[in-house]
Design a protein around this ligand. Structure first.
Ligand SMILES: Nc1ncnc2c1ncn2[C@@H]1O[C@H](COP(=O)(O)OP(=O)(O)O)[C@@H](O)[C@H]1O
Ligand SMILES: [Mg+2]
Length: 317
């Protein structure tokens, strides 16, 4: 079987996820390469390990660059801390005013508070960056490579987290608003209210696209090994509770060769797991990728992988 349906014009966001080392980065890049033949494609890595640069053998960073040797593929590695500091710089005024008007903190405390790291902020910022790109609309397809499972799940649940923070901030503001109204009789919305409202809209936009199966697809990558299968099962269950349903799964590193005793034994060892994958994920389109003799590095190897994922068929518009 081959990956299918990715050419659908409505489908914008394709996210790869799974256990560490199963081939997410390789498959995300190979898919982006295939799509870029007919669609202007942006590959976005949210993995702090930034293996996209290694795999493409080209330095990618926190700025969109054209991938060498391709006509229509662009890539960026999202550095969550840089995304956060850009956000803080852009909204420093609103953030400070929020704290000034709804806490008893003095200026020094506020400055210190704004430098503190907040759990989950990395994923929120990474996802916000992705959504901003999609809304700018400069590309036809956005392919996202994530870090291992936990990170992908946190990325997916980032709107919920952001929503929780907005609620706390709105409650803090409510007290302030109540006070102003009691003293002066009326309250006029200010830039902090507008800021909170725009954040709330971001949450809605992220949720809407994630839950929309026509605009967003999550592709799990698995290998025929016990731990990878269990982790994929949990990942799919957790995604399901967030309203994200996968249609297809990549089963990577499948032993094909029987040329030597070692290969025969590896192949025989994988058989029960391949069987288990078929049974456990019977509702998904399965795309098997053979174990290559060498690691997947550079455009030539990535194109080999691309051929396996798409059975050498071009993805037409
Ligand atoms: N089908 C394959 N055959 C051989 N090596 C592979 C295959 N798929 C991935 N690899 C190699 O396995 C390592 C991990 O792959 P990678 O795509 O970085 O996984 P992940 O992003 O899930 O951590 C890399 O060195 C990659 O080149
Ligand atoms: Mg990776």
């Amino acid at each position: 079987m081959a990956l299918d349906g990715l050419e659908n014009n409505d489908l914008k966001l394709i996210i790869f996820g799974g256990k560490g080392g199963v081939g997410k980065t390789s498959c995300a890049i190979a898919t982006a390469l295939a799509l870029s033949e007919n669609f202007k494609t942006l590959l976005i890595s949210t993995d702090p390990a930034h293996s996209v640069s290694d795999c493409l053998e080209q330095q990618i960073g926190f700025k969109v660059v054209k991938v060498d040797g391709t006509a229509n593929l662009y890539a960026i590695e999202v550095f969550a801390d840089e995304a956060l500091s850009e956000f803080k710089t852009e909204h420093q005024g609103e953030l400070k005013k929020l704290l000034e008007t709804s806490t008893n903190l003095d200026n020094e405390d506020i400055d210190e508070m704004l430098t503190l790291s907040i759990p989950g902020i990395d994923e929120v910022m990474s996802f916000k960056t992705i959504i901003d790109f999609i809304e700018e609309g400069n590309y036809d397809k956005y392919v996202v490579d994530t870090a291992p499972t936990g990170h992908a799940l946190r990325l997916i649940s980032s709107p919920k987290l952001l929503d929780g923070w907005i609620k706390v901030a709105a409650r803090m503001r409510w007290k302030y608003r109540y006070m102003i109204t009691s003293f002066s009789g009326s309250y006029k919305q200010d830039e902090v209210d507008a800021f909170l409202l725009s954040l709330k809209k971001t949450v809605k936009r992220i949720e809407n696209i994630l839950r929309d199966n026509t605009r967003c697809e999550f592709i799990p990558v698995c290998i025929p090994e016990l731990m990878a299968i269990s982790e994929t099962g949990r990942l799919l269950a957790d995604l399901g509770t967030s309203g994200i349903i996968s249609r297809q799964i990549i089963v990577n590193n499948v032993m094909i060769s029987e040329g030597c005793d070692f290969c025969r034994r590896r192949k025989a060892g994988q058989l029960p797991y391949l069987q288990e994958i078929s049974e456990t994920f019977s509702n998904l389109n399965k795309v098997e990728v053979p174990m290559f003799a060498e690691e997947i590095k550079g455009l030539e190897a990535l194109n080999q992988l691309r051929m396996c994922l798409f059975e050498d068929k071009p993805i037409n518009q």
